[in-house]
Design a protein around this ligand. Structure first.
Ligand code: ATP
Ligand code: MG
Length: 287
């Protein structure tokens, strides 16, 4: 259960009605397992929007659930009346200056020339624009895969994120935990929340949800190989549920296409990757 504050009046997901500023308990707020602490952190920022803003970067391994958390937080923010602006970093556009910021602020009245004239002027323009927007409606900036955002956009957002205390604007971003991304995060000075692998109990709960009929031995094997990574857990569970005898007989579960995509970067830098580490590296080599 997560405590939250509603702005305005709406039907809550548990059927109770909340009035402006009334704290209520939301039951079954989201379909995420084992993330109450992280969600509480995010919702504290969202709840405090009317009083002032802030920033939080969700950092963690591929597939660990950063986007799932961000989605839950922005969903709640939108339901409470905030304006949610989103953009996703894309590797192909990582070298296009301000592309990420342009996409994030499209439709907000930021003029094309506002980002000209140097990084400081660009960042100040963004801050002023957001401040003006937020005087009307609280704003949540949701930046997915910030590790792939072009550098000028990231620097401008970091500048803005460090100065949001008096504006009703929250900057939330997701970022992978590889060395380059962590350097980017450290240089930004933005507060971060590390999203760890799921603890055993939560992983078992998620597995029971996605593959309720899995036998005891397979269940244990999927849990061990996924090492608390929800994406790996769901992909391995789907494989195991297909009861592919050949696959089950092998010593490791093979990587699915989705896992290979998610871990392409991590596999390239293994064994430095921490969470799935050796298990996935070995799995990749044998498949
Ligand atoms: N706590 C959770 N409970 C249930 N499902 C989850 C949880 N965390 C993640 N998932 C699911 O696991 C999958 C991977 O999660 P997600 O996409 O959020 O990972 P990510 O950390 O954003 O990965 P990437 O770095 O590749 O973007 C998604 O299908 C998501 O819905
Ligand atoms: Mg993601």
């Amino acid at each position: 259960m997560v405590q939250c504050t509603l702005w305005g009046r709406r039907e809550c997901r548990n059927g109770r009605r909340g009035a402006c500023g009334v704290s209520i308990v939301v039951v079954a707020l989201h379909a995420l397992v084992g993330r109450d602490a992280e969600l509480r952190n995010l919702l504290t920022l969202v709840d405090g929007l009317k009083e002032g803003g802030g920033a939080l970067v969700l950092s963690g391994a591929a597939g660990v659930g950063k986007s799932a958390l961000l989605g839950a937080a922005t969903g709640e923010a939108a339901a409470r009346g905030a304006r949610v602006l989103t953009a996703t970093g894309v590797p192909a556009e990582g070298q296009v200056p301000y592309e990420g910021l342009r996409r994030l602020l499209a439709g907000t009245g930021l003029a094309p020339g506002d980002l000209d004239g140097g990084p400081l002027r660009g960042a100040m323009s963004v801050l002023h624009r957001l401040s003006a927007l937020a005087s009307d409606t609280p704003v949540v900036l949701a930046v997915e895969d910030a590790h792939w955002l072009d550098e000028p956009s990231w620097e401008a957002l970091a500048f803005v994120g460090r100065r949001l205390r008096s504006d009703a604007v929250v900057l939330l971003a997701t970022l992978r935990d590889d060395a380059d991304s962590q350097t980017r995060l450290a240089a930004s000075g933005l507060p971060a929340l590390t999203v760890p692998p799921l603890i055993d109990q939560a992983a078992a709960e998620l597995l029971a949800r996605v593959a309720p009929d899995l036998g005891v031995a397979l269940r244990a094997r999927v849990l061990a190989e996924a090492a608390g990574n929800p994406l790996a857990l769901m992909e391995f569970a789907a494989l195991a549920s297909r009861q592919d005898q050949e696959m089950l007989a092998s010593s490791r579960l093979p990587l699915t296409e989705r896992l290979e995509r998610a871990f392409a970067q991590a596999l390239a830098v293994l064994p430095a990757a921490r969470t799935l580490g050796a298990t996935l590296e070995e799995t990749a080599c044998r498949s």
